[in-house]
Design a protein around this ligand. Sequence first.
Ligand SMILES: [Zn+2]
Ligand SMILES: [Zn+2]
Ligand SMILES: [Zn+2]
Length: 382
Amino acid sequence: MDIDDKGYIVTHDSIKGKCLVATKHFKTDDLILEEEPFVSCQFSWNSLYGYRACNHCLCPLETVTENVIRLTNAAILEVPFEEYCTVKDKIQNFVQCESCKVWYCSARCLETAYNRYHQLLCRPDSNDSLHHLEELWRTMHYPPESHNIMLLCRLLATIELSPSPHTANQIVSNFCHRTENENEKLVHKMLGEKFAEQIEQLRFGVLKSMTIRESSQWLTPSGFKSLLALIGTNGQGVGTSVFQQWSNNCKKNLPPDQIELFEQFVDNAYDAMEQVVGIDFLDNEGSALFQEHSSINHSCFPNAASVFNGDHVLRLIAIRPIEPGDEINTSYIAPCELIHSRHTRQKYLQENYVFTCQCIKCKEQINDPEVTSDDDSEMEDN
Ligand SMILES: [Zn+2]
Ligand SMILES: [Zn+2]
Ligand SMILES: [Zn+2]
């Protein structure tokens, strides 16, 4: 085997565009690739609600006890087996931006963020137009969030500060491959009925808050629309939860006689959290754009899945055996939603990602009736 062989290549298909294809065998649970994002950002409501995360890599900055106290509104004040929470050992490394006071997990994250985008986005004045832009975004986009305008601002700042803005613009162009008409549909879906007016409000908000020199092609009405469509479709959700990390460590390391106590505590904690914040709002979430990962197409019968392990680094894992020559696919539909009918899945993918799925499962079910069952209507409303 070629020693440069990464185990996969990016190919081009006339219908699907880019495809990730395996060049070697992967067994279930094998790591296919690991990738740092081109840009990432925590969701706006999450940070407003006090989810403390590193402003660069999104890793949690609160201990499991602090997390549980906050998410249960102090109904639970103590967490057993706290030694399995790894955040405590890292607290001494936490640093703040001296000017705007945002937190980072380490001097390394602060430095990386500052050099890549933060020096253009550091705004100590709470009355700054960039903060107004974020507020405007929140009025247009209520939780559960799936996108954040600040991801777009970081993307622009990354181009502005790049040693080669031409290359950076090229990378962003590679992400944006849709037609004007497709972008229009996606932004409509993202912002709702008043989308045309809101796009312009957001575009002026960005122009007012940032000095744009190298990235001006993205600030024209159509360039801006394609960026919004980009963060809507390629923005990969990143979930990092200290509770989840602690819980995984406990499961791995606790002696068998302690497991029952642990499980009881977890059940109680989830019940208490559900009453305070709702079960869908436990991670300190954000979204990110990944270059290699963006060439992976959807399948309703995927052979790979994206996972995160405490920060914004994406790991692509095989969930079934993959052979050389197989296309590597993930599902853009949540795993629990894949049981829905072909009709419902196709409608969802068309509305949210503007394509018609041609995966094996959809081909197999091609003669299924074109109907929406009661079970399916909830997914179609999303
Ligand atoms: Zn960090
Ligand atoms: Zn700052
Ligand atoms: Zn399909």
